[in-house]
Design a protein around this ligand. Structure first.
Ligand SMILES: [Zn+2]
Length: 471
């Protein structure tokens, strides 16, 4: 059996691993959008993929995030005809994410056509080819097969698959695969994204059974979350210093799927406890609104506290003073709202989405706080803000950043070093043949690898893109 690393290798995004069994059954694990595009060798590629999509028999998804699912419709376009296995909630969230991408792609395509004059035609053509539309999204969704958590299913004569709850996002799973080869059973574990313990809404990640080979993400492989109190305590402190002590605005960049729900739920809890000041709260993302409904629909997969809250109040995310912003026009009109307020909008890395205009119109306001609550990849504006950027270009003029930039870890969807070690340490080192570090910035991976070695896992290695291992 062979495993090839085609994405999230020495970088965070673009998760994609190809598992080929000795009887030529080919399984692609995740098919994510590569937002970083590092180390791509064009010679590896036939069309948009470094392998022939029609030769893939099945795809298995760990969870719905764009960097794990965002390239799927292109796989179909280039000839894939197999099944896509995922959990029920992953299917519904993937539907939202891919439909949103398809509508953004329409705008991107128009923009590309305008660039005809200045862009190299080959490059433009490749870019245009990546931009799938709703039709391909529908066809992708039709190929999905939903599987329950913890249900062991056979996906080919020799391969069994089990989805194990991973926390991180509604529907997110670790994958446990058992492959029979020449009468011998080999077990492979894919971490997907590992969630954290005690997060608002979600259950703790569950343990991976004993495996021979383990792939482990490393987004926070080199840091410990700094959490001072409960999500409610930490959020309330920022609200007080921004909107009560001074008449300011709190701007929260948050992904529409996952982080926004955690934030709204926390605000709702504060409101029910009578602790939330009477401020207007704008949730400015139609995608988040649809995602809220899916979280409520699948509330049996949320943690017991959230289920209890839902039973008692009939809703997780709706409360007094919360305004769900629908149109672009309504979104822009928030600038004219004169009172202190809270704006939760996407994207979380301040790269695209309505958050961009909220940040732009408040970044010179010394009374505003921009509260970062999630991960920002290198190269995004969110990353720069979190790393001390002091000026920004607005309307071709460099201006000072006067808003306060705050950062809390309590909403992070990823396990930190403690959580990742907890995940790995359920494996006995003498049984584990290889431990592959994936899905992280390269420097963090190196630090994580060193940490693993110090903790008794000398088999940890960091595959590069295109590297193939015989298992
Ligand atoms: Zn994720």
């Amino acid at each position: 059996m062979k495993l090839t690393f085609w994405g999230a290798s020495r970088q965070v995004t673009g998760s994609m691993y190809l598992l080929e069994t000795s009887d030529d059954y080919r399984i692609l694990i995740d098919c994510g959008l590569d937002m970083e595009r590092k180390d791509i060798n064009p010679e590896d590629y036939i069309g948009l993929f470094p392998f022939e999509p029609s030769m893939i028999n099945a795809v298995v998804l760990t969870h719905a995030h764009l960097d794990h699912t965002g390239f799927l419709p292109n796989l179909l376009r280039e000839g894939f005809e197999g099944k896509i296995y995922c959990t029920h909630a992953t299917l519904e969230l993937t539907k939202l994410i891919l439909e949103d991408s398809a509508s953004l792609n329409q705008h991107k395509l128009k923009k590309l056509q305008k660039k005809k004059k200045y862009m190299d035609s080959e490059k433009r053509e490749t870019r245009a080819k990546e931009l799938y539309m709703q039709k391909q999204v529908d066809a992708t969704l039709d190929m999905c097969v939903c599987v329950n958590f913890s249900q062991r299913i056979r996906i080919s004569d020799d391969v069994h698959l089990t989805f194990i709850p991973a926390g991180h996002l509604l529907g997110a799973a670790h994958l446990f695969m058992e492959v029979e080869e020449n009468g011998k059973k080999k077990r492979i574990g894919f971490s997907g994204d590992v969630g954290r313990h005690d997060s608002p809404l979600l259950n703790d990640p569950e343990e991976m059974p004993e495996v021979d080979y383990l792939l482990c993400e490393s987004t926070y492989g080199n840091r410990y979350h700094q959490t001072k109190g409960s999500p409610e305590d930490e959020v309330l402190e920022v609200i007080k210093s921004t909107c009560v002590d001074v008449p300011g605005r709190l701007i929260v960049p948050a992904f529409s799927i996952g982080r926004t729900q955690a934030m709204l739920y926390t605000l709702h809890k504060l409101q029910k406890q009578g602790l939330l000041p009477p401020l207007r709260i704008f949730s400015d993302s139609p995608l988040a609104l649809r995602s809220n409904m899916i979280y409520q629909k699948f509330n049996k997969w949320l943690n017991p506290e959230a289920q209890e809250f839902m039973k008692k109040h009939g809703t997780l995310f709706d409360f007094e003073n919360l305004v769900q912003v629908e149109t672009d026009k309504q979104s822009k009109a928030i600038s004219n709202f004169g009172e202190p307020c809270i704006i939760v909008s996407s994207s979380g890395m301040i790269q695209g989405g309505r958050i961009e205009h909220h940040v732009r119109s408040n970044i010179q306001n010394a009374y505003a706080t921009i509260l970062m609550i999630g991960f920002s990849a290198e190269g995004t504006f969110g990353y720069e803000l979190m790393h001390g950027k002091t000026t920004v270009e607005i309307n071709k003029k460099e201006v000072d950043i006067r808003a306060r930039i705050a950062h809390i870890d309590v909403f992070s969807g990823h396990a930190d070093l403690t959580g990742l070690m907890r995940f790995v340490k359920t494996q006995k080192t003498e049984k584990l043949k290889k431990l592959f570090i994936v899905h992280g910035e390269y420097n963090n991976m190196l630090a994580f690898q060193q940490h693993l070695k110090d903790e008794g896992y000398p088999q940890a290695e960091i595959p590069h893109r295109g590297q193939c291992f015989e298992l």
